[in-house]
Design a binder for this molecule. Structure first.
Ligand code: AMW
Length: 149
C-alpha cells in the first residue's frame, strides 16, 4: 500500500513511522541531515481542515519523531515548521510538519534555516537531479524505523 502526500504517491519504503492517523516520511531534498516530514494520513490541505483527533495524533507523532531524530542525528535542538498555505510557502497541498535536527554552527545565522526552507523546493531548486535517490531515502527510513518497533 502506498501513502498519499498531496499529489505525490509515497512508497512504504520511505515511510518510517505510522500511527492511526498520521505518517512520517524522509525528505527527498533535506535542508539539513534528518529533515523529515510528518503528515496526517487524510490528505487535507490546511491545518484548519484537521479534526481535533488528527491534530492530537499529528503532534504526538511529531513529538516522537523529533525525539528520535535528535538522537539519531546527534542533534541538540529541533526546528519544527508548518508552512500553512501558499503565501506561507506551502508547495504540497497536504498538511505536513517539517522536523529538522539542529546542532551548534549548522547555520552561521541561526534563522537562515527558514530562508532555506522557503526556497529548497521552489521551482528553480526543485529539479529531480537535486533529489536524493530512492535507495538513499529507503536506507535512511529503514534506520529510523528501528526506533519505532
Ligand atoms: W512545503 O514547501 O509544501 O512546506 O514542503 C514540501 C516538502 O516536501 C519539501 O521539503 C520537499 O522537499 C518535500 N517533498 C516533496 N515531494 C516529496 C516526495 N515525493 N518525497 C519526499 N519528500 C518530498
Amino acid at each position: 500500500m502506498s501513502f498519499r502526500f498531496g499529489q505525490h504517491l509515497i512508497k512504504p519504503s520511505v515511510v518510517f513511522f505510522k500511527t492511526e492517523l498520521s505518517f512520517a516520511l524522509v525528505n527527498r531534498k533535506p535542508v539539513v541531515p534528518g529533515h523529515v516530514l510528518v503528515c496526517p494520513l487524510r490528505p487535507v490541505e490546511r491545518f484548519q481542515d484537521l479534526r481535533p483527533d488528527e491534530v492530537a495524533d499529528l503532534f504526538q507523532a511529531t513529538q516522537r519523531v523529533g525525539t528520535v531524530l535528535e538522537k539519531h542525528f546527534q542533534g541538540t535542538s529541533l526546528t519544527f515548521a508548518v508552512q500553512d498555505g501558499p503565501e506561507a510557502g506551502q508547495t504540497v497541498k497536504h498538511v505536513h510538519v517539517h522536523v529538522l535536527p539542529r546542532k551548534a554552527g549548522d547555520f552561521s545565522r541561526n534563522d537562515s534555516i527558514y530562508d532555506e526552507l522557503q526556497k529548497h523546493d521552489k521551482e528553480e531548486e526543485a529539479t529531480p537531479s537535486s533529489w536524493r535517490s530512492e535507495e538513499e531515502m529507503a536506507s535512511e527510513a529503514a534506520a529510523l524505523r528501528v526506533y519505532f518497533q
